[in-house]
Design a protein around this ligand. Structure first.
Ligand code: ARG
Ligand code: GLU
Length: 707
């Protein structure tokens, strides 16, 4: 009896420890169905994924190559985040028609703007193909032989699947290659921009609020998918018709309450849930601090410049957005890992694993070997981080990289082409060079100096040199290089032939770049790195297999790998620190509280203010005259989940996922239900902006709204 009680108790601990964590495979959702229904879901796993009938998965799409989108109308209208549509909105913006700043709304179909290069991908079906992929693989094979065979099996299977169809098949490893799934996809190429709010709605709060709660960003944009006459994917053509999806999402207007069941259906990119303590230590305590420091330097200089003029703001806005996004996330991640004692937690688990493996020869050595492989990998990995975050921090060194390629190319035709391109680039690059050079030079000098002080740029001088001397040397390189002299470089390029390569190779910029490159990418070290990587891949496969054998009752979710997943949890606030409780929703009132006409990120559109002042929220406001804007929940999400539909217990759309709370960004490695929250745009705010703010009610009329 006592034993049964203990077992039951353990089982309860087990499931509750797993609650909210996980990104599940739609095809295998049957395993979670009971748990999801217990948590409040009123639909079935088959409503979400079913190969025989139209189901929710038919409405969920990979948007471009790294975001999620979803159909919200029978006419192929789709929603995704503003930051996912960003580059397309920018691309169509000019000074006269600045859609990024002022927003864009197609008032009729013929105003919808084609976006060449943008695709959306619908999953037709998925299949477990492990046996076929591993056919012929034996335990005696080397890792290289195994990979080659797997690769060739995959080619055969996908070719066979695609043959005679318009589908594209991809096979991806799961659980570090213990399992393989094939995804059969349909890819649409005619995707058109339909609507985007102005930046001070779509990006309200900017990088200041990024990764943070409470949040008030109206992070959405709209597109429409077009298809050929047969409703199948077709290249862009004016005669294409709006695509008729097998399924579009119904939208719930009833909103969310704390505790409500929610699930997120989308394409999470990468997580590392099962890595060892060494990997966590490397990521959180070695690499992140270096990356953060180096990006702090760059951001300081760019932000200074951006505060000086609107032109400079425009110039640096998108690079700052991307530099700052990682910079801020890594800070939250490292803090979170250390608060949870992530490394120690992993070590404790490894000890248990080791005890369990004591009498299992196939598993006994695996942790020690992984530890050895990480020892091989670590020093080189750190150098590579320095290379990408410090050496390549300035435009100057990126240019040196390009010119170095030119100097090492002796194919006359290619050289001519490259020279032509460089001359065009230079015209743009030098247009505001006087200003830019101040920023770029400072970044170049400071990042290299940081690296030299850390001992990673020995070519800059002995450790006995003074900092001032190294700084002076760097300044001389910057100022003395041909690459920073508009007249000289243009004249040089004008009559460039391969015979002039020697002169280029002697330029101080190219000399420095080559030294840095030679150090980080030394062939011997690189070979060691590749070997370590391969070892880690092989060993993780064994380690994770053992982990699953060790805990047969745990339903393991596979790490994210940009395949369609379901994460479920509930709407919940949290306590980020002592004395503070974050409520799970935000409202338009918060936008007014943040308003500051002098701070770019907090400018509020006059029209939005007007609607707020008259509480003119139409059917989208709450009974107590509030306009909901965002909410948070315990769904386990990561990059790639941007734009993912957030659905309620009935499978209706209640929001768009767009971010995570800073205190929980360690969830790629370690999920903590007390801190990990995804941030969602409330669908009612999205509809309010489309209808009341933009006057594009015709778009809302296409959708299926349910009270
Ligand atoms: N943090 C979100 C994500 O990882 C949003 C990034 C875009 N927004 C921004 N302010 N940079 O993608
Ligand atoms: N903003 C992220 C994206 O672009 C989602 C936030 C996250 O990393 O969870 O996918």
């Amino acid at each position: 009896m006592k034993r049964i009680v203990t077992l039951l108790f353990l089982a309860a601990v087990c499931t509750s420890a797993m609650a909210d964590e996980g990104m599940w495979i739609p095809m295998l959702l049957g395993r979670n169905e009971a748990d999801m229904q217990k948590a409040g879901m009123r639909i079935s796993a088959k409503d979400i994924y079913d190969i025989n009938n139209a189901c929710l998965k038919d409405a969920v799409l990979l948007f471009g190559s790294g975001c999620t989108g979803e159909y919200v109308s029978p006419e192929g209208l789709l929603l995704t985040n503003h930051h996912c549509g960003y580059s397309f909105i920018v691309r169509h913006s000019t000074v006269e028609h600045d859609y990024l700043t002022h927003g864009f709304w197609a008032m009729s179909r013929d105003q919808e703007i084609p976006c060449p290069g943008l695709t959306v991908t619908r999953l037709v079906r998925m299949e477990d193909v492990t046996d076929m992929v591993l056919e012929g693989v034996t335990s005696q094979m080397s890792e290289g032989e195994r990979s080659a065979l797997v690769e060739s099996n995959i080619k055969k299977i996908t070719a066979k699947t695609e043959s005679g169809t318009h589908y594209k098949a991809v096979i991806k490893p799961f659980y570090y290659g213990n399992q393989y799934f094939m995804y059969v996809n349909e890819i649409f190429q005619d995707v058109r921009l339909v609507g985007a709010p102005p930046s001070n709605i779509g990006k309200f709060g900017g990088d200041t609020d990024n990764w943070m709660w409470p949040r008030h960003t109206g992070d959405f944009s709209m597109f429409r998918v077009y298809a050929g006459d047969d409703n199948k994917p077709a290249p862009y053509s004016p005669s294409n018709k709006p695509y008729k999806p097998l399924k579009h999402l119904e939208i719930s207007l009833s909103g969310v309450q704390e505790g409500d069941f929610t699930f997120v259906f989308g394409y999470p990119g990468t997580t590392q849930r099962y890595v060892t303590s060494d990997a966590v230590e490397l990521d959180a305590n070695i690499e992140n601090p270096i990356r953060i420091d180096l990006r702090t330097i760059r951001l300081r200089h760019y932000n200074n410049a951006m505060n000086q003029s609107p032109a400079q703001r425009l110039k640096y806005a998108s690079r700052v957005a991307s530099i700052a996004n990682g910079w801020k996330k890594w800070q939250g991640e490292t803090l979170g890992i250390n608060r949870l004692k992530g490394v120690e937690q992993k070590q404790a688990f490894e000890q248990r694993y080791q005890q369990w493996a004591a009498d299992k020869p196939q598993y006994y050595n695996v942790l020690q070997q992984l530890h050895n492989a990480y020892s091989q990998l670590r020093p080189i990995e750190v150098e590579l981080v320095y290379f990408s975050e410090a050496v390549l921090a300035s435009d100057f060194m990126n240019r040196a990289n390009t010119y170095n390629r030119l100097a090492n190319n002796d194919n006359e035709e290619e050289v001519a082409e490259l020279v032509e391109k460089l001359r065009n680039n230079n015209e743009k690059y030098f247009a505001d060079f006087d200003q830019h050079t101040i920023v770029d030079r400072a970044i170049f000098v400071e990042t290299f100096l940081y690296m030299w002080k850390a001992g990673y740029a020995p070519y800059l001088g002995e450790t006995t040199m003074t900092e001032a001397a190294v700084e002076k040397r760097l300044g001389k390189i910057y100022d003395g290089s041909l690459l920073n002299n508009p007249e000289k470089i243009n004249a040089f390029l004008k009559n460039y032939t391969v015979k002039k390569a020697a002169k280029l190779k002697n330029d101080p910029a190219i000399q420095l770049y080559s030294q840095a490159y030679a150090l980080a990418y030394d062939p011997q070290k690189l070979a060691q790195y590749r070997r370590a990587e391969q070892d880690i891949r092989r060993l993780m496969r064994t380690y994770v297999k053992g982990m699953m054998e060790m805990q047969p009752d745990v339903n393991f979710f596979p790490d994210a790998n940009l395949t369609l997943r379901v994460a479920y949890g509930h709407v919940a606030g949290f306590r980020p620190k002592d004395g503070v409780y974050y409520k799970p929703y935000s409202t338009l009132q918060g936008i007014m509280e943040k308003e500051n006409p002098d701070i770019y990120d907090y400018v509020v559109e006059p029209q939005l203010k007007k609607l707020y002042n008259s509480r003119d929220y139409g059917r989208y406001g709450t009974a107590d005259k509030q306009m909901p804007v965002g909410f948070i929940a315990t769904n386990h999400t990561t990059g790639g989940n941007s734009g993912s539909p957030v659905l309620n217990a009935d499978g209706r759309l209640i929001g768009l996922n767009f971010d995570r709370c800073w205190e929980g960004t360690m969830s790629d490695l370690l999920f903590d239900p007390d801190y990990c929250r995804n941030i969602c745009l409330d669908i009612r705010y999205c509809l309010f902006i489309i209808d009341k703010f933009a006057g594009a009610k015709h778009l809302v009329d296409e959708m299926t709204l349910v009270q």
